[in-house]
Ligand binder design. Structure first.
Ligand SMILES: Nc1ncnc2c1ncn2[C@@H]1O[C@H](COP(=O)(O)OP(=O)(O)OP(=O)(O)O)[C@@H](O)[C@H]1O
Ligand SMILES: [Mg+2]
Length: 325
């Protein structure tokens, strides 16, 4: 009997599962039925403008804020019913991590590690290396720059090998090189060590480079969860848009009557061609215009909409005139 190979896509396991989460502080209903899953082995971006409810949600995940209604589970442990088990699987930085300025980076890690079992000197050296602080780990933190403190915060939060790492706006204050380093560290933790990494941000441009999926939140409402690869493919589209500048737009438009062409606000002609025609389609158009006596000045590709613009449209406060509500 011949053996049949059955290949199945690897099953995605939710490391953090959030269902119908609600929070009211004072008279303000801050979170409305927030629901999403973040998987093992992925970097999940929690993306939303200022005041959207990111920090509030994260605080509820890590047990710093009580839950009004709804559920949060970490590796299958409900954070209310099974608090300790749930928290054993989480590492994170929410707002400013607590550190002792008069102690060195190493001493801070050692001090923090004492609260957990099984943290060895080797593990401290390992995390210091991972976040690029080996050369400065024996200096007092009062001498650290903001970016170095951020790195130490990441080192501290992964010390105990958590299955879930949650970082609230981790790139705040980092320089471009620091952002890239952090991105690489987080991607490695997710993709090589299977950690579920959740990072919040208000910048899609940053999430696009760092995350596998993003959950978009606005005014306490989850607008959707999207894979970055799908978003990029959708924004690429199946057509190319050209802007054609000639000496006679009216004549150009009439010559292109069989095409999907129109005049834009600058008086130039915009032409949409299917992508699969490659360059042949635009070459035919150029030839035809020239043969009909049109002076062709420029033909340019119209830039595609950036994901950042898509996100801003999705979450814009048009009715409030840009005001935070
Ligand atoms: N302790 C509190 N008391 C009253 N309102 C609060 C409190 N904490 C947060 N809020 C309100 O909840 C809303 C969400 O705040 P949150 O800090 O979660 O937003 P965020 O998405 O993290 O924004 P940012 O990008 O500015 O950090 C805001 O309107 C904020 O004013
Ligand atoms: Mg915040």
């Amino acid at each position: 009997m011949s053996e049949t190979m059955i290949s199945t896509a690897p099953e995605k396991r939710a490391a953090v599962s959030i269902k119908d989460l609600n929070k009211t502080i004072g008279k303000r209903h801050i979170l409305h039925d927030i629901t999403f899953d973040a998987y093992e082995g992925e970097v999940f971006g929690f993306l939303g403008p200022n005041g959207a409810g990111k920090t509030t949600t994260i605080k509820m995940i890590v047990g710093l804020l009580s839950i009004d209604s709804g559920e949060v589970s970490i590796c299958g442990n409900n954070v209310v019913k099974n608090f300790e088990k749930a928290m054993n699987n989480v590492g994170g930085i929410v707002e400013n991590p607590e550190m002792y300025k008069n102690l060195t980076g190493y001493q801070n890690l050692w001090h923090y590690g004492r609260m957990r079992s099984g943290i060895t000197k080797e593990r401290i050296d390992e995390v210091a290396e991972l976040v690029g602080l080996t050369n400065r780990i024996n200096e007092k933190i009062s001498k650290y720059s903001l970016g170095m403190r951020q790195r130490l915060g990441v080192a501290q939060s992964i010390l105990h090998h958590p299955k879930v790492l949650i970082l609230d706006e981790p790139t705040n204050g980092l320089d471009p090189a620091g952002i890239k380093d952090l991105r690489d560290i987080l991607k490695n933790l997710a993709h090589k060590e299977g950690v579920c990494v959740i990072v919040s941000s208000h910048l899609m441009s940053e999430m696009e480079l760092m995350c596998d999926r993003v959950g978009v939140i606005s005014k306490g409402v989850m607008l959707g969860v999207y894979s970055i690869a799908d978003l990029l493919a959708a924004s690429e589209g199946e057509t190319e848009d050209y802007v054609i500048r000639t000496n006679d737009s009216v004549k150009t438009l009439s010559l292109l009557s069989g095409y999907n062409a129109s005049c834009n606000e600058n008086g130039d002609v915009e032409l949409i061609l299917p992508k699969e025609s490659d360059n042949a389609g635009i070459a035919d158009v150029n030839k035809m215009l020239i043969e009909n006596g049109v002076l062709l000045y420029t033909v340019s590709l119209k830039p595609k909409k950036k994901l950042e613009d898509v996100f801003i449209e999705m979450t814009s406060n048009e009715q409030e005139g840009g005001q935070i509500v």
